[in-house]
Design a protein around this ligand. Structure first.
Ligand code: SF4
Length: 376
């Protein structure tokens, strides 16, 4: 899905608070997608198809993929169906008029500023802007949610979606994040205010010395590693082009980052230990990790399931790893056949220059993807 390279829903809070980040982020390489992001995209696509009635039931989509992510029974049970049930909280009688997965933008008012909203709906005098959040790490608040405000303002200016706001006196910003839902009621006047803030940030972002400020919006900022505010070297970097940042300085920052990382790891471990022993750590709690279903009794389950599926479809036979086979052969005083194994690294990692491992050659992207296929 194409994103605005000025500001979109997910970057609105950062750009409004730190307009200077726009130019800096543009100098950074695009971020690679993560497993969590891919799973989120898969679930967004599936829920949109269900609501658009392109498929009859969630289970008809089992096996659908996005990158390496696959829609499974577990994902349907844990995320998709709970999200749909939560929609009933705002529309218990199923009477809402709605649109899903719409591209919304500001047209000539703010050219090239657009985003994709998950669901826009209208119930009586209330316009609804809803965002599905399928991640379970960071809980997202609805109140003063800049992403929701951005989509609402953009949708008001988009020909295909402006009907949702016509004559509405209330606006609900809704975050559905299974197992919970958060709802914030706001007004068209708050949208006007937000739009003015956004417009002035977009103008500021284009100026040479656009304002930069750090805050919670830095969390997802791709420019963090080279940000002059974060490194505390505003005066020095002000005088230099980002492209001219000395490699030596980056190396210095990495040393500090290593120290900070270990400090953060220890801090997390300490907080975990305190919570486990019953002490309170304000703002934090322990929660169960994602549950994965397992057989209560494998033999009993197999006996029951053999009535429906042949054994070959119930039981997987896997090749043992070279290390395990080598051990078994050793007992027979035999060695692994020559050429039967290959040691392939799963990628590259950053290391101190004194690390004993040899430096890797830089591979071209084609060769890298060919190797990835071989490893797969
Ligand atoms: S890290 Fe924070 S202060 Fe630095 S550019 Fe990004 S948003 Fe702005």
């Amino acid at each position: 899905m194409k994103h605005s390279n000025i500001v979109g829903g997910s970057t609105a809070e950062r750009v409004i608070n730190c307009p200077g980040s726009v130019k800096l982020v543009a100098t950074m390489p695009p971020k690679e997608s993560s497993t969590y992001a891919d799973e989120g995209t898969l679930l967004h696509d599936c829920i949109a198809d269900l609501l658009d009635m392109k498929v009859k039931s969630a289970r008809d989509m089992i096996g659908r993929t996005y990158n390496d992510q696959v829609l499974t029974e577990e994902l349907i049970e844990e995320k998709l169906l709970p999200a749909l049930r939560l929609l009933n909280t705002i529309d218990p009688e199923n009477v809402m008029d709605f649109e899903v997965e719409q591209k919304v933008g500001f047209g000539d008012f703010l050219p090239s500023v657009f985003g994709h909203v998950d669901l826009l709906g209208r119930l009586g005098d209330t316009a609804i802007v809803l965002d599905w959040k399928f991640g379970s790490g960071v809980m997202v608040e609805a109140e003063e949610n800049y992403q929701g405000l951005f989509y609402a303002c953009a949708a008001r200016r988009t020909d295909l979606t402006k009907w949702v706001f016509k004559g509405a006196t209330k606006v609900l910003i809704v975050i559905v994040q299974p197992p919970g839902i958060k709802i914030w009621e706001t007004t068209p006047e708050r949208l006007d205010q937000f739009e003015a803030q956004l417009a002035s940030a977009v103008v500021e972002a284009k100026s040479d010395n656009a304002l930069m400020a750090a805050g919670k919006w830095c969390k997802w900022c791709a420019a963090k590693p080279v940000c002059p505010v974060m490194t505390g070297e505003v005066d020095r970097v002000k005088a230099a082009q980002i492209s001219a940042l000395p490699a030596e300085q980056i190396g210095e920052y990495l040393k500090t980052a290593d120290q900070l990382e270990s400090w953060i790891t220890d801090l997390r471990a300490l907080a975990f230990q305190m919570l486990e022993s019953g002490a309170a750590v304000p703002g934090y709690k322990l929660v169960p990790k994602r549950a994965i279903r397992s057989w209560v009794n494998e033999d009993a389950a197999k006996a029951l399931l053999l009535a429906h599926l042949p054994e070959s479809e119930l039981v997987e036979v896997k090749m043992c790893s070279p290390a395990v086979v080598e051990k078994k052969l050793k007992k027979l005083k035999l060695a692994l056949p020559e050429g039967s194994t290959a040691a392939v690294s799963s990628g590259v990692t950053l290391a101190d220059v004194d690390d004993p491992r040899p430096q890797v050659m830089q591979l071209g992207s084609q060769l890298k993807s060919a190797l990835t296929k071989l490893q797969g």
